[in-house]
Design a protein around this ligand. Structure first.
Ligand code: NAP
Length: 282
């Protein structure tokens, strides 16, 4: 990675750029150009998933960049229908073929009713042992679910990617992650755009001469969270990356932190969510 100041170290020794580009719902055919523009602006991290259906475009985009493959960090995720040891290995093979190489592989949703997530985790551990992937982690896992996979394998995820924004701050999961050396990564860091209309956020943004998105992303960065805002529009891409260029005072941080409602804005419960039934197809 070329900019260690903008990366966070994970417990396995790999550094992850703290702000990445989430590429869910980026219109088909536009992703390689969007990735090139992102890299021009400073991004070095892309977050995709098999279920987003764009791993081939991510691979195409990576091959078209001006920077070397080792300069960028790429995450993809095990799709929900592929839980279990053998299935997870097969799913990884397919993603690797499309993307080229993968830095971080996550279990996308635990789907505890299937009771296969621990088997899937064993497969991810093997992939890392074999050097096929640099880092392995989970998404949408509660502390209890993480305790189980660590108990069964002795291997801890380096990251837990969860829904996280000012109205759903995941304080309990964050505290557990921090106590166990797991980085917390925020998906939908802008609450899918909803938080940008919040009055307190708008007031801070107007006072500082910043956009609401920059204020919210700056709050994430100052909280030590890894963020992956999605932006299909290039003006949003640039706006978001400029969250690196200013600071929020303790009072403004506290004012945003006071917005917590401690519940998902999308009615997504990791204990019951199956993507087939969810409102966000991710
Ligand atoms: N692990 C999981 O289960 C999971 C679930 C959901 C999402 N994710 C990941 O998280 C990423 C981000 O989540 P998300 O897409 O749900 O939500 P998000 O990043 O919170 O919000 C994206 C929305 O905000 C808009 N936006 C972005 N920057 C803006 C700006 N500066 N000003 C105004 N509007 C702006 C985007 O518009 P435009 O696109 O039009 O620019 C888009 O409509 C996804 O791409 C995916 O990689 C993971």
């Amino acid at each position: 990675m070329n900019d260690t100041a903008r990366s966070l170290p994970m417990r396995d020794g790999v550094a992850i750029p703290q702000m990445g580009l989430g590429v869910m719902y980026v219109p088909e055919g536009t992703l390689p150009a969007l990735m090139r523009e992102a890299v021009r602006l400073g991004y070095r991290h892309f977050d995709t998933a098999t279920v987003y259906g764009n791993e081939a475009e991510v691979g195409e985009g990576l091959r078209s960049l001006d920077v070397g493959r080792d300069e960028v960090f790429v995450t993809t995720k095990l799709q929900d229908g592929m839980h279990g040891y053998d299935n997870a290995l097969r799913a990884f093979d397919a993603s690797e073929k499309l993307i080229g190489s993968i830095d971080l592989y996550l279990i996308h949703w635990p789907q505890p009713a299937k009771d296969l997530y621990a088997e899937s985790w064993r497969a991810l551990v093997r992939l890392q042992e074999e050097g096929r992937v640099r880092s392995i982690g989970v998404a949408n896992f509660t502390p209890d679910l993480i305790d189980r996979i660590v108990g069964e394998t002795g291997v801890s995820p380096v990251i837990n990617q969860v829904e996280l924004h000012p109205r759903f701050q995941q304080r309990g999961t964050r505290a557990y992650n921090a106590a166990n050396g797991i980085l917390t990564q925020a998906w939908s860091p802008l609450e899918h755009g909803l938080i940008l209309k919040n009055e307190a956020v708008a007031e801070i943004a107007a006072r500082l001469g910043r956009s609401p998105a920059q204020v919210v992303l700056r709050w994430h960065l100052q909280n030590g969270l890894v963020v992956i805002p999605k932006a299909a529009e290039t003006r949003h891409l640039a706006d978001n990356y400029a969250a690196w260029d200013f600071e929020l005072s303790d009072a403004d941080m506290a004012s945003i932190s006071s917005l917590d409602r401690n519940q998902s804005s999308f009615d997504l419960d990791p204990m019951t969510y199956e993507s087939e039934r969810g409102r966000i197809e991710s």
